[in-house]
Write a protein that binds this ligand. Structure first.
Ligand SMILES: NC(=O)c1ccc[n+]([C@@H]2O[C@H](COP(=O)([O-])OP(=O)(O)OC[C@H]3O[C@@H](n4cnc5c(N)ncnc54)[C@H](OP(=O)(O)O)[C@@H]3O)[C@@H](O)[C@H]2O)c1
Length: 350
């Protein structure tokens, strides 16, 4: 197979590092460029000693110059903060490169909604119209033809995969849904912040951004499309003292007395043409370690007989399924490869 050169912009962050991990063994992609503003000039193994002796360790980090990078790399992963990504994406697209943006800059279709939640004016509204939301289970065909893919957020990946089929099949009420999510600390990125210091996170557990987290409108946008009506959900994120992983517990009210066996069948049918959503058997609830380092999204179902509610537990790895692995899946589709090429890693157990 002739490998295609790809670039990782923002290679020194957690999602950039995860992209390098996944791409290093990918049969269809070669890492042609890795960039960082602060670490340009060093090799990856100088920055990350764990990469000594690996195939990608000797790659030199360069400054993120779209014109230079796009000369050799026509597929670019943007693993940079929101706000920075929009102009950078446009610069790469102008150089005829295809872009998978891991930030939030192209996820919300409505620029006013973006401004309201992110406190920024969207400077690339024309590209915003062209961006395809990169959840392969739902937008596979559109992703394949896209020049710009907005890779979903980590929390939205876990919540949308848990709720989409049930809303589409009207199994439960779109009103009153609660998504209670817990994330490992790598979700906050690698930049030093007091709130993610070891002593602030370890041996403790806290909620944050209740009722105001920026991933809420992204979930509502996609779930509204599934249910066919404008939806609001209550989203409650929590920070847990682990490195990787998201566990979302979603509470919905069933429209009928449907049992979990039938619900699991409907979900299995919905996801049958895609490789990564695993419907857990009766009485088995997912754990974050079962998906660590993988593209799996594990779903478990419990019917609360007393309240008539269905409880759906969804687990993903925030860095792989919730960011970089999903970005590579999207690049696979954009390159004409099989969706799961290079993405069949087994979970890192225990
Ligand atoms: N962490 C997750 O679990 C996760 C999941 C889904 C999506 N995301 C999204 O993915 C993106 C990257 O997240 P992360 O966690 O990897 O962040 P991070 O650890 O903070 O890394 C950010 C990277 O971007 C570079 N960068 C920062 N500002 C830049 C700018 N203005 N222009 C160019 N490069 C810049 C940084 O290197 P230099 O400063 O040296 O240039 C660094 O390599 C974010 O938009 C985030 O919201 C993250």
């Amino acid at each position: 197979m002739q490998k295609k050169n790809v670039a990782v912009v923002g290679a020194t962050g957690y999602t950039g590092m995860e992209l390098i991990r996944v791409l290093s063994t990918h049969p269809g992609f070669e890492i042609g460029a890795v960039t960082s503003r602060s670490e340009a000039g060093k090799t990856l193994q100088e920055l990350f000693p764990y990469m000594q002796g690996t195939k990608s360790g000797s790659i030199a980090v360069t400054f993120p110059d779209p014109e230079l990078v796009a000369r050799d790399c026509k597929t670019v992963f943007l693993a940079v903060p929101h706000g920075a990504a929009m102009d950078m994406a446009a610069a790469f697209l102008d150089q005829k490169a295809r872009v998978v943006d891991l930030s939030a800059d192209f996820r919300l279709r409505d620029a006013a909604e973006y401004s309201a939640w992110y406190g920024l004016e969207h400077s690339r509204k024309t590209w915003l119209k062209e961006a395809v939301y990169g959840l392969p289970e739902i937008y596979r065909d559109r992703i394949a033809g896209a020049n710009l893919v907005a890779n979903p957020g980590c929390y939205p990946s876990s919540v949308i995969l848990a709720l989409y089929p049930g809303l589409k099949h009207k199994i439960f009420d779109p009103e009153g849904i609660i998504a209670d999510s817990k994330s490992g600390t790598s979700g906050a990125g690698r930049v030093a912040k007091t709130g993610t210091l070891f002593c602030e996170v370890t041996d403790s557990f806290r909620a944050y951004s209740l009722g105001s987290h920026r991933h809420t409108p992204e979930m509502e946008q996609e779930l509204s499309l599934a249910s066919g009506r404008d939806m609001r959900i209550s989203f409650s994120p929590h920070l847990v003292p682990m490195n990787r992983g998201i566990l979302s517990t979603c509470y919905v009210t069933l429209n009928s007395r449907m049992q979990t066996q039938e619900i699991r069948r409907i979900y299995r049918d919905f996801y049958q043409d895609t490789p990564w959503v695993r419907i857990m058997p009766e009485k088995v609830l997912p754990e974050t370690r079962w998906v660590r380092g993988t593209m799996f999204c594990d779903l478990g179902f419990v019917r609360d007989q007393r309240t008539g509610r269905l409880i759906i537990v969804s687990c993903i790895d925030n860095l792989c399924r919730g960011a970089s692995g999903q970005a590579v899946a999207n690049a696979n589709l954009m390159s004409g490869y099989d969706l799961d090429l290079g993405l069949d890693a087994a979970p890192l157990m225990p």
